[in-house]
Design a protein around this ligand. Structure first.
Ligand code: NDP
Length: 249
């Protein structure tokens, strides 16, 4: 029980990486508050997670809604020891046709909301808490069509280092988990049918030294490491969990 008596807040905890992390945290003894926008998937997640979880609807780009959810979580479970700022969207912004609306939506969800979630949570974090931000290999790989997403995730890395400096006096750690391609609903149409999913997996396997797509548990276990005392001296770092994608030439 590596998270016994700990309370965690996970944004985007009703799907994919966030949900897998919430399940692992509960199994490790934590009380978990999850947020998302989709009430139906929040309800399903709440059922799966059981009594040590609270599922709250809150759009991460809405600061007041996020603050309200954070407060409700504190009323229910007490102050937080862990914040996993995970909520995010994909969204292509190719040079050939990106709109300002899409560009700004990707930035506001994947970057601006991360900053304000941390800011809103700060008064409710215990000293020595652990903050983990969700990054991406796209911050360093030149994958065509993802300027806004890559810029947002590179911004997350920069913010993590700055936040780590600002929060070290309270013993609060801030690190980034940076996944490679992970099998989650974020891939939308690319995995919509079994045939599409197979083709997608094959494509990812070819560009990944370990020869496979990543699974949500690969990320959840790394987040658990960064959330727990096992990483007590890890501060301001970015940990790539990508089967070697960023390590190969
Ligand atoms: P999912 O689509 O499964 O999960 C995304 C989560 O974010 C959902 O819970 C969604 O909930 C939530 N979310 C999205 N927008 C908002 C919002 N405005 N307010 C609140 N919640 C929101 O995808 P993943 O699990 O893959 O994505 C999680 C994180 O992992 C993202 O930050 C993504 O960028 C990152 N990542 C994923 C990779 C992958 O290959 N899967 C690779 C690299 C990084 P709801 O829809 O209810 O709002």
């Amino acid at each position: 029980m590596r998270l016994a008596n700990k309370t965690a807040l996970i944004t985007g905890g009703n799907s994919g990486i966030g949900l897998a992390t919430a399940k692992l945290f509960v199994a490790e003894g934590a009380r978990v508050v999850i947020t998302g926008r989709n009430q139906a998937t929040l309800d399903v997640a709440a059922k799966e997670l059981g009594p040590n979880a609270l599922a709250l609807a809150a759009d991460a780009t809405d600061i007041a809604a996020t603050e309200a959810a954070i407060g409700k979580g504190v009323e229910t479970f007490g102050k937080y020891d862990i914040l996993f700022a995970n909520a995010g969207i994909a969204g292509g912004t190719p040079l050939g046709g990106a709109t300002v609306e899409t560009f700004e939506k990707v930035i506001s969800t994947n970057l601006t909301s991360v900053f304000f979630t941390v800011q809103s949570a700060l008064p409710h974090l215990n000293d020595n808490a652990s903050i983990i931000l969700n990054g991406s290999v796209i911050s360093v790989l030149g994958i065509p069509g993802y300027s806004a997403y890559g810029a947002a995730k590179a911004g997350v890395r920069a913010m993590a280092r700055i936040m780590a400096s600002e929060l070290s006096p309270r013993g609060i750690r801030v690190n980034v988990v940076a996944p490679g391609a992970i099998r989650t609903p974020i891939w939308g149409a690319a995995i919509a049918t079994p045939e599409a999913e197979k083709a997608f997996e094959k494509r990812i396997a070819l560009s990944t030294p370990l020869g496979r797509i990543g699974e949500t548990d690969h990320i959840a276990k790394t987040v658990l490491f960064l959330a727990s005392d096992d990483s007590a001296h890890v501060q301001g770092q970015e940990l790539f969990v990508d089967g070697g994608a960023t390590a190969s030439p």
